[in-house]
Design a protein around this ligand. Structure first.
Ligand SMILES: NC(=O)c1ccc[n+]([C@@H]2O[C@H](COP(=O)([O-])OP(=O)(O)OC[C@H]3O[C@@H](n4cnc5c(N)ncnc54)[C@H](OP(=O)(O)O)[C@@H]3O)[C@@H](O)[C@H]2O)c1
Length: 435
């Protein structure tokens, strides 16, 4: 019988606890090939829902990584620096394999960790870091290995998607839904990483590196969060035939990689438009396979632990490969392009309801040679200013930004205009309407 791989688990919270529960199920295949022998967390006495008394205990995860008799360290602590980073580096340096769900760590220090892993021939696997239970990393790394990927676009943060879905379906404000999500434990007490778009950017960095064969480069992701979106935007977009989603998108044109996270309008028939609630999804475009879509549960104890378990079984069965799909030396320092310079855009303005406003706005856009595709005013809006929304025909973002600056200077404009890109696909509504 082959010797079982010995596993040390650092971090016994949502995902670490979930992994121990999978091991506690004796019928789980994990137990045929692997055994947990050591664990680490902050609080030894906390109830984890499983018996941890038979595992060697470490207060310090770095100590576990350095001294426990394990073949694999599973890092489920989190954070781009601190004990998680030190434990992962320590394990890789001594030749122990590492499995982690820590997207922040991989996005920021991915190249350095991959370099250690190659030097010591210890594997570094991280299916759970992107898309939780949805096998996005494996799909892009293995199934698309023979293709040329040109774009990956996803809904990669379940908290944001849940907030946007609740706002749209139940007419609730951003603040209201966020407060509820925090109370129910779906959102962190400090929600900045999620609602600021940073978590999605970490995941996009990892996916882009694997898909386009370039080094992970978090510094070059353009990141906008969801904080400024209002119910008015969601309703107006709906009237124009669109749904608003936080989209993380990487694109490769053969020489440059662009990456951005931002809210975008998707036509109802876009493959990501109907991914609701806390679900995650990825659409990958690759030649010659075409477009592929993956949807599922992007977080939570069970789904995320299941992805860690799949990586553990890969290790036990001798699979795994390079961290980012290719040796580091073959990963390009791809030139970075400014993302989405051209396209159609949504612009929301808060204006005083006076004659001539529409003409003044149109004039500023025309000055930058931007044509309006749709114009919409929400009837029955009360208050000193009213929202009007327009969508442009395809134009340069730089030109639109100039026009928006000029519009903002108009006396009748009450607050800075809010601009969102429109993601292209299928049906395009063309409207000139009031009400
Ligand atoms: N939750 C998800 O659905 C999900 C999905 C995908 C990826 N991830 C990633 O998975 C990782 C873990 O997330 P999680 O949700 O499981 O986090 P969590 O519930 O907060 O658990 C973190 C664990 O790390 C332990 N820990 C924290 N600081 C420590 C230290 N200095 N020394 C030793 N142990 C320490 C905590 O110990 P105590 O329990 O004693 O406090 C806890 O057991 C993160 O990288 C996260 O981004 C999570």
């Amino acid at each position: 019988m082959t010797k079982k791989l010995r596993v040390g688990v650092a971090g016994l919270g949502t995902v670490g606890g979930g992994l121990l529960k999978l091991f506690a199920d004796e019928s789980n295949r994990l137990n045929e090939r692997l055994e947990v022998t050591a664990v680490s967390a902050r609080n030894r006495t906390r109830n984890r829902g499983v018996d941890i008394s038979r595992f060697q205990w470490f207060d310090d995860p770095v100590e576990l990584a350095a001294n426990a008799d394990v073949d694999v360290l599973v890092e489920l602590i989190g954070g781009s620096d601190g004990p998680a980073k030190r434990a992962v580096e320590t394990a890789l340096e001594r030749g122990a394999h590492v499995i982690t769900a820590n997207k922040a760590l991989l996005a920021v220090h991915g190249s350095r960790l991959a370099a250690i892993s190659e030097r010591t021939e210890a594997k570094l696997l991280f299916e759970a870091a992107v898309g939780g239970g949805v096998p996005m990393v494996k799909a892009v790394k293995e199934s698309l290995a023979g293709c040329r990927a040109s774009a990956v676009a996803g809904i990669l943060n379940g908290t944001c998607n849940y907030i946007l879905t609740e706002m749209e379906q139940n007419g609730r404000s951003f603040e209201d839904v966020l407060a509820d999500a925090q109370r129910l434990g779906y959102a962190e007490a400090d929600p900045t990483t999620d609602v600021g778009g940073f978590d999605a950017a970490h995941k996009l960095t990892i996916l882009s590196a694997i898909a386009f064969g370039s080094r992970p480069d978090y510094e070059h992701v353009r990141i906008e969060g969801i904080e400024r979106v209002s119910l008015t935007d969601i309703r107006m977009a709906g009237k124009l035939g669109y749904r608003i989603k936080l989209i993380a998108k990487g694109a490769f044109d053969g020489s440059a990689v662009s990456m951005h996270v931002s809210l975008a309008l998707l036509a109802f028939d876009h493959p990501l438009a109907n991914v609701g609630g806390s679900l995650n999804a990825l659409v990958a475009d690759a030649d010659p396979v075409g477009q592929l879509t993956f949807i599922g549960r992007g977080a939570g104890e069970g789904p995320t632990a299941a992805s860690v378990a799949a990586d553990l079984l890969d290790l036990a069965e001798g699979r795994g490969g390079y961290a980012f799909g290719r040796p580091l030396a073959q990963l390009a320092e791809a030139p970075r392009a400014a993302p989405a310079e051209f396209g159609r855009f949504y612009v929301r303005l808060m204006v005083q309801d006076k004659p001539g406003v529409v003409a003044a706005v149109s004039d500023r856009l025309a000055h930058e040679s931007i044509s309006i595709e749709s114009f919409l005013q929400m009837p029955g809006h009360e208050g000193p200013s009213v929202p009007i929304v327009l969508t442009t025909q395809s134009c340069a973002r730089a030109a639109l930004e100039k026009a928006v600056e000029a519009i903002q200077r108009l006396d009748v404009v009450a607050e800075p205009p809010y601009v969102m890109p429109i993601e292209e696909s299928g049906h395009r509504a063309r409207t000139w309407s009031k009400g």
